[in-house]
Design a binder for this molecule. Structure first.
Ligand code: C2E
Ligand code: MG
Ligand code: MG
Length: 675
């Protein structure tokens, strides 16, 4: 039984190749700390009894004529007891040992515990040696007082073992010498009875030894369980604390923007929950101007620095109790109360524009700015306020940089229309309501048909004809960008099939692809797959993109290359109204330029337009690119363009966009370019 207990509390040292649990030495040291602590208590409790018994021995010695020997003995006993009391009183670093101490401190504490236990053991042994001298007071247990001294020795040894349950070596060190001296004296002076008594004393010693070890094993087990319970409680407390910290962190992350530390959209929603319905809040939605340029030219790290700086400037410029959030990308929102802050929304918007327009370290002054959309007035809920401010922001952006626009009646109607379109578009696609019309493109003489441009048309049952850009935008908002693209492609390829069947391969059909479609839809895969499926020559198709597409060049370049490799041509639409025409031409690898109609219509009355068209024609010749003039609205436009040598022409004067049925008739009556 004892053996099993000991095995459980004191694991065998690991053999070669076995894993060494680093917690084991510390666990053992904690148990020894408890043993030392308990021993200090029990020694302090036992010493008064020890002293009383010593005093009784002195009295008996005095009475029996051994006064001097008794006094010397008592003095020795008292000295050792004082030494033991001192050992108990001296502070011990080991008693401060805890489960979470650093390994080096724990090892240090463990060594100090061991030293103190050894000192206690040695002191106990010394005390035992003094008690072993009792035979000197009773002539080796032969005087009349022998019974007294025998009883005292038995009592003091039994008491030592009963008190010292925590650490067997201390009581055993104490009892071994007195009992040995009793046994030796009995044997030396003895007859049969005394020899028997000596044997009993040895048995008594063995029994006490057994009890001492057993008590220690029980104590160690209890200590181990106590320490394990503490460790469990502590680790549960730690787990609880770290779980709470994690929850706090997650809550912060869920409601804040990592980069700037401002609220994010969800955080803004949460923070405004209790603040709306006061009827006076203004929401400003901000979008940086020129941020993409910073990101593209200076890299994302610089972009991040700008965002952090903008967040700092915004926070510094806002009145008290305002909320600032980063909604994503370079979009921020500010919510504040113009009434309590005394700052009208127009003043606030102007202040924020000035604040952001201050030069940023490391960038050209004036490169960065901000456009702002403002929602002011009755609060229909934050989400609705955000949409309204967004609509106003969109309108502000359209008018240039560093502008703000307040959401008004006109914008409300526009927003409503966009929502109606978003809502109705998917059903319209199912019902084949949007149509694709085709506008002819002619060679320089204005009579030979060389191409068609596919233009989407949708007559909404309530809103009437929808401008194609609005339809494309609505598809984007409704998540129908790819569906609409496939829908239009189907109709474009149907037209290609008609032309192909009739042997009119010389007529190329151009399809418009918006920057959003180009970025979000696998345009190349879809187009190539469809042409292959229908067995149509890729050279009959042309993709019209705008210069804005070049803004996302990283995303679209591979798609454009794939289209080009497949033999599909790329035209750069609306040339001249973008930002960086020449670099776009190089990046987009266009085969054709379409001069925007704003430079073509009314050519006769504007020298500037004529100059620009001439320049583009020269550029086309230089780079070996086809040039198409869009928006030929009059005979005059036509003649001027012909005189300038413009190779391809498109416009209402030559032919309006028309449905397939009308086009069929045109095909019959028009001269068609040879393949
Ligand atoms: P765009 O690609 O520049 O198309 C030419 C626009 O000019 C068409 O307007 C056409 O009807 C118009 N137009 C042609 N000749 C003349 C003219 O002589 N005078 C005037 N005033 N206008 C003329 P539409 O159909 O309203 O399309 C506007 C824009 O919408 C297109 O500009 C194109 O960017 C986009 N779009 C049209 N259809 C689609 C489409 O199927 N997909 C995509 N992604 N965008 C399309
Ligand atoms: Mg076009
Ligand atoms: Mg155009």
């Amino acid at each position: 039984m004892i053996v099993r207990d000991q095995e459980r509390s004191e694991p065998e040292p690991p053999g070669p190749g076995e894993s060494l649990d680093p917690a084991v030495p510390r666990r053992d040291a904690l148990i020894r700390r408890d043993q030392l602590d308990a021993m200090r208590g029990s020694v302090l409790a036992a010493i008064p009894v020890n002293m009383l018994l010593g005093l009784a021995s002195l009295l008996v010695a005095y009475h029996s004529g051994h006064a001097t020997a008794g006094a010397v003995w008592f003095a020795a006993s008292t000295s050792v007891n004082l030494l033991r009391i001192t050992l108990c009183r001296i502070p011990c670093l080991g008693l401060a040992l805890t489960a979470d101490m650093t390994p080096s401190l724990a090892a240090h504490a463990g060594r100090s515990i061991d030293r103190r236990l050894r000192a206690f053991t040695a002191a106990a042994f010394l005390s035992g040696v003094v008690w072993a001298c009792q035979p000197l007071l009773c002539e080796g247990y032969t005087s009349a007082q022998a019974l007294f001294y025998l009883a005292i020795t038995c009592g003091v040894t039994a008491g030592a073992v009963t008190h010292g349950t925590a650490y067997a070596r201390i009581p055993l060190s104490f009892i071994v010498m007195p009992l040995l001296s009793v046994a030796v004296c009995l044997v030396l002076t003895g007859d049969f009875d005394r020899n028997c008594l000596a044997a009993c004393v040895i048995l008594y010693f063995l029994a006490l030894t057994h009890t001492a070890f057993r008590s220690e094993a029980v104590f160690r087990d209890a200590s181990r369980l106590k320490n394990e319970a503490h460790a469990l409680a502590r680790s549960r407390a730690e787990a609880h604390a770290s779980a709470s910290a994690l929850v706090d962190e997650m809550r912060w992350r869920a409601t804040h923007d990592d980069l700037t530390g401002l609220l994010n959209r969800a955080g803004l929603l949460q923070a405004t929950e209790h603040r709306l319905h006061t009827g006076t809040l203004s929401l400003l939605m901000l979008d940086l101007d020129g941020f993409k340029f910073v990101n593209d030219v200076y890299g994302h790290k610089a972009g991040d620095r700008v965002l952090v700086e903008v967040a700092r400037r915004l926070s510094g410029a806002l009145p008290e109790n305002s909320l600032a959030a980063r909604l994503g990308g370079d979009e921020f929102a500010v919510l504040y109360d113009p009434a309590t802050s005394g700052v009208p929304h127009s003043v606030m918007a102007a202040t924020l524009i000035t604040t952001v327009a201050q030069p940023f370290e490391g960038f050209d002054a004036g490169r960065l700015g901000v456009s702002i959309g403002v929602h002011d007035g009755p609060e229909p809920g934050l989400t609705e306020m955000l949409s309204c401010a967004d609509e106003a922001l969109y309108a502000a952006k359209a008018t240039g940089r560093n502008r703000f626009r307040v959401f008004d009646h006109g914008l409300r109607e526009r927003l409503q229309m966009r929502r109606d379109l978003e809502r109705d578009l998917s059903q319209a696609l199912v019902e084949n309501a949007p149509k694709v019309w085709f506008q002819p493109i002619y060679a320089a003489d204005g009579r030979i048909l060389v191409g068609l441009e596919a233009l989407v048309r949708w007559e909404h049952p309530r809103l009437g004809w929808i401008a194609p850009p609005d339809l494309i935008a609505a598809a984007g908002m409704a998540g129908l960008t790819e569906s609409l693209f496939r829908y239009i492609l189907e109709r474009v390829t149907a037209m290609l099939e008609i032309l192909h069947r009739r042997g009119l391969q010389g007529v190329r059909v151009a399809m418009n692809v918006s920057p959003r479609e180009m970025a979000q839809v696998p345009v190349d895969e879809i187009v190539i797959e469809r042409l292959t499926l229908l067995g149509l020559p890729p050279t009959m198709l042309e993709i019209e993109i705008t210069e804005e597409t070049a803004l996302d060049i990283g995303v679209v370049q591979s798609k454009l290359q794939a289209l080009s490799r497949a033999g599909i041509r790329v035209a750069l639409d609306d040339f001249g109204i973008g930002y960086s025409s020449l670099s776009s031409l190089r990046q987009l690898k266009a085969d054709r330029i379409k001069i925007d109609r704003s430079f073509v219509t009314g050519l006769g009355s504007s020298d500037d337009k004529r100059g620009l068209v001439l320049a583009v024609l020269g550029l086309g010749r230089l780079l070996g690119l086809d040039v198409v003039a869009e928006g030929v609205e009059s005979a005059e436009d036509l003649h001027i363009l012909q005189a300038m040598g413009c190779p391809f022409l498109q416009g209402y004067h030559l032919g309006r966009p028309m449905p397939v049925e009308a086009l069929e008739a045109t095909l019959l009556t028009t001269r068609i370019a040879a393949a």
